[in-house]
Design a protein around this ligand. Structure first.
Ligand SMILES: Cc1ncc(COP(=O)(O)O)c(C=O)c1O
Length: 437
């Protein structure tokens, strides 16, 4: 007998009953108590990751802020955990900000992002006195200036720049290239104009620059190149108009291992290499070493999340493939349909059974493209098995939807043998709650 999967993340293991266990809790118990589909988060792993990022900065003696990119998974419970761990928070909408306020998250550690913040959103950020606003474009710069004058309020800002670096990842999740909807271009003078406008404002305090070059990036080359380009530009700005930033925010994007095909370095290695480059550049160019901020999302929560499904129907297409359907799909995990994202899975109630057949895992939505996994080796699946799909913690629940009026799953945190519900399952009443009838 051998386990279906040999590599487990965090506290995930197989118990004496041959069941998958996470955070000291048998996932069969979770499926029974909370139903499926169910998102299960390994809290200890999230804590370990949070501390790992901070410890690397501390070791290097660099002042830092590690902001959780909350788009990866935002909920009050998650924000409270991030608060406990002393991280900062990146929000990109009034909805994420509202959630942060509901979690009583310290406002001074909230960074507000977005390429099209509305006047309402900027007002909300000003009224709640968020720590800083990452300004993305000239429209926003002018709007924010006008609102700050109206409120007679100062606001610290970062200018988001696109350094023109192509990170090697899926095109759809690239945000750092020149042809991007995000940020001011560093090469064509737009970033410099934005910075000069901000410096001349009596209400905006441009404390530094921000860049985010992409997501699910496996090596540090892109980050190092971005840091070099930015530092080069900062030298020009220092000489031309005596500007030196207090903060350099290098974004998120650190890759994780979804399947054997992925080979990321550790979060600590990413940070170490990137920060070392900024230190070296600062020394070489005679610039003051800025505070370094990062905003990881996926690498904090991605592999801490596992989705449990119950298997149902199967369909054999002779000489082609066998489809095994589960009780969720693109309604709780859009990434395979959106990005062709790959996942690994196991049959959680029969972890000691041998893998016997190659099957494809289908979702239950009315779309042929609603396939969670193509061609995976599993023990023979029977209706009623619990299928656990790993690494669904980032951009899973946060991209979930009600396609086909499928209620959104519940989310539980597990730690030290205890489970706590942090998002309840949507009910049918929830589904029609907004319908006027
Ligand atoms: C500006 C910004 N920061 C941080 C992140 C987080 O990226 P990741 O989850 O890959 O770490 C994103 C993701 O798209 C982003 O757009």
């Amino acid at each position: 007998m051998e386990h279906q999967t040999r590599h487990f993340n965090g506290t995930t293991t197989v118990n004496e009953k041959g069941h998958l266990e996470i955070g000291g809790v048998d996932v069969l118990m979770l499926a029974k108590e909370y139903g499926t589909p169910l998102f299960v988060y390994d809290v200890e792993l999230i804590r370990e990751r949070s501390r790992g990022f901070k410890a690397t900065f501390d070791k290097l003696g660099v002042t830092s802020q590690v902001a959780y990119a909350s788009k990866a998974f935002s909920s009050v419970g998650m924000f409270q955990l991030i608060k406990e761990e002393g991280l900062s928070l990146d929000v990109v909408s009034s909805g994420e900000l509202y959630t942060a306020l509901a979690a009583d998250f310290p406002v001074e550690r909230i960074h507000f992002h977005g390429n099209n913040k509305s006047e309402h959103e900027l007002r909300m950020a000003l009224e709640h006195k968020v720590g800083c606003i990452v300004v993305d474009n000239f429209y926003e710069l002018q709007l924010l200036e006008r609102l700050c004058v109206e409120y007679n309020q100062q606001m610290e800002i970062l200018i988001r720049v696109t350094p023109g670096i192509e990170a090697h990842t899926h095109d759809y999740i690239l945000t750092g290239q020149e042809d991007s909807k995000f940020g001011f271009d560093l090469q064509n003078g737009q970033a410099e104009s934005a910075m000069k406008m901000a410096i001349s404002s009596s209400h905006l305090q441009p404390i530094g620059l921000h860049c985010h070059i992409g997501s699910q990036i496996f090596d540090t080359t892109g980050f190092v190149l971005a840091a070099q380009k930015i530092m080069g530009k900062l030298l020009e700005w220092k000489n031309a108009f005596d500007y030196e930033p207090a903060v350099l925010n290098l974004g998120g994007g650190f890759g994780i291992r979804y399947t054997d095909e992925d080979d990321p370095i550790t979060p600590a290695e990413y940070v170490h290499e990137i920060v070392t480059e900024v230190i070296n550049q600062s020394e070489k160019l005679g610039l003051t070493m800025p505070e370094i901020w990062i905003e990881p999302g996926r690498s904090l929560v991605g592999d801490a999340g596992t989705t449990l499904y119950t298997t149902g129907s199967t369909k054999e297409v002779p000489n082609v493939r066998k489809y095994v359907s589960v009780d969720g799909g693109m309604s709780d995990n859009l990434r395979p349909a959106l990005y062709d994202a790959k996942y690994e899975a196991v049959i959680a109630n029969r972890m000691n059974d041998k893998e016997q057949e190659k099957v494809s895992i289908a979702g239950k939505c009315c779309e042929s493209g609603d396939m969670l996994i193509w061609d995976i080796e599993l023990p023979e699946a029977a209706a009623g098995d619990i299928l656990a799909v790993f690494c669904t913690g980032a951009y899973g629940y946060s991209m979930s939807n009600n396609y086909n009026r499928i209620p959104r799953p519940a989310v539980v945190f597990v730690e030290n043998g205890e489970a706590s519900l942090i998002v309840r399952r949507e009910s049918y009443e929830d589904l029609v709650k907004l319908d006027v009838f």
